[in-house]
Design a protein around this ligand. Structure first.
Ligand SMILES: Cc1cc2nc3c(=O)[nH]c(=O)nc-3n(C[C@H](O)[C@H](O)[C@H](O)COP(=O)(O)OP(=O)(O)OC[C@H]3O[C@@H](n4cnc5c(N)ncnc54)[C@H](O)[C@@H]3O)c2cc1C
Ligand code: SF4
Length: 328
């Protein structure tokens, strides 16, 4: 690993100023992704600016009944927070579905959102990769892409976003608070992560030096009836092949409202807006759930070896919605 300087930021402004001074610097959260990438030679910052002490490490109730989650909150603390578990169970479940206990103890909310893809070519510096080295090509398109995207990919990149937590936050319509060179601003989810298009090296809409300070989860009364379901190749310690975050509001057998996002299928946590629109006002039955899932997945353009993800995503979504209906 290349030698690097280390600085602990005192507050958000000084962290942003540090990256302004040193464009070769990167923020350091728990380091569970960034340090791995430095060891692999994929990332080589000359300075790390530790932001774990400046971002709030608290989950607080906001005035409107939503939640304000500090960017420095460790994944384990988020998953066991009583308000999160009670009001947004799918958020707690999504965090617990990821990584291992030790990694969750280190990983932060800000770092989790900005973790990089697990595409094996991205992590192997002996291979070309448009995300790591723009213009070098995408060997995954014709190579090993079994676990890569089926929706929204481009000729330049077919990677998926790896975060489980981001899928639940996209379903919940979270708002990301950012401190940047021009001051504070907010970025909605979905909207933080971007599709690869012809700039696959850009995972998000964030600009150089932007610091995530908090994630706001707006109030959503029916999120108390929500669930995160993840399919993976091993029972633990594995990224999603397909996942679903869903919240469902059913009254008298009719879907009044819903929130759905899919993981493991796209370069972004994929908000299933087509399925949501199809479900609102429909009967809460397996037939209608299947119809909505099929409408959403009509957008899928699977690659040679990942066509299985289309029926898998449909079945996982339908099963999750049936479970939420039966629990009501
Ligand atoms: C073996 C293993 C298995 C895993 N399995 C899963 C899994 O199944 N599901 C899953 O979702 N995740 C999984 N992970 C990934 C893990 O969740 C991430 O590594 C972790 O969430 C990253 O958080 P961090 O705080 O350590 O980020 P870091 O590694 O510190 O940083 C990640 C990126 O975010 C940037 N950054 C950090 N904080 C901020 C901030 N506040 N503002 C702006 N930029 C910031 C860094 O510069 C860096 O680019 C796994 C990781 C490992 C090692
Ligand atoms: S899918 Fe994206 S990350 Fe993977 S090799 Fe292609 S360009 Fe690189």
């Amino acid at each position: 690993m290349r030698p690097f300087d280390y600085r602990r930021a005192e507050d958000a402004r000084s962290a942003v100023a540090a990256l302004d001074e040193r464009p070769d610097a990167m923020y350091l959260g728990g380091g569970t992704n960034l340090v791995d990438l430095m060891r692999l030679g994929v990332a080589s910052p000359e300075m790390l600016v530790d932001v774990t002490r400046i971002s709030s490490s608290a989950v607080e109730e906001s005035a409107d009944g939503g939640l304000m989650i500090g960017a420095g909150v460790r994944n384990s603390d988020l998953a066991c927070d009583p308000l999160v578990r009670l009001r947004h169970p799918m958020l707690a479940e999504s965090v617990l579905a990821g990584a291992s206990g030790q990694i969750r103890n280190m990983a932060t909310v800000g770092g989790n959102l900005l973790q990089r893809t697990r595409c094996s070519y991205f992590q192997d510096i002996s291979k070309p990769c448009n995300k790591r080295q723009p213009g070098s090509g995408c060997p995954a398109r014709e190579g090993d892409h079994r676990n890569l995207a089926i929706i929204g990919h481009s000729s330049g990149c077919v990677a998926t976003h790896p975060s489980d937590m981001a899928v639940a936050l996209a379903a919940l319509g979270a708002i990301v608070h950012v401190e940047g060179r021009r001051g504070p601003r907010t970025v909605p989810m979905p909207g933080l992560h971007r599709l690869p298009g012809d700039e696959p090296d850009r995972d998000t809409v964030l600009e150089a030096g932007d610091l995530i300070t908090a994630v706001e989860v707006p109030p959503l009364s029916f999120a108390t009836r929500s669930h995160y379901r993840k399919v993976r190749d091993r029972a633990s310690f594995a990224f999603a092949v397909v996942s679903v975050a869903a919240a469902l509001d059913v009254a008298d057998g009719v879907v009044r409202d819903c929130r759905i996002a899919l993981g493991g299928v796209a370069h972004v946590p994929w908000r299933a807006e087509v399925a949501e629109a199809a479900l609102r006002g429909s009967a809460a039955t397996a037939t209608e759930f299947t119809r909505a899932a099929d409408l959403e997945l009509a957008q899928a353009r699977p690659l040679r070896d990942n066509g299985f993800k289309v029926p898998l995503a449909r079945n996982v979504l339908v099963r999750t919605l049936i479970d939420l209906t039966e629990a009501s």
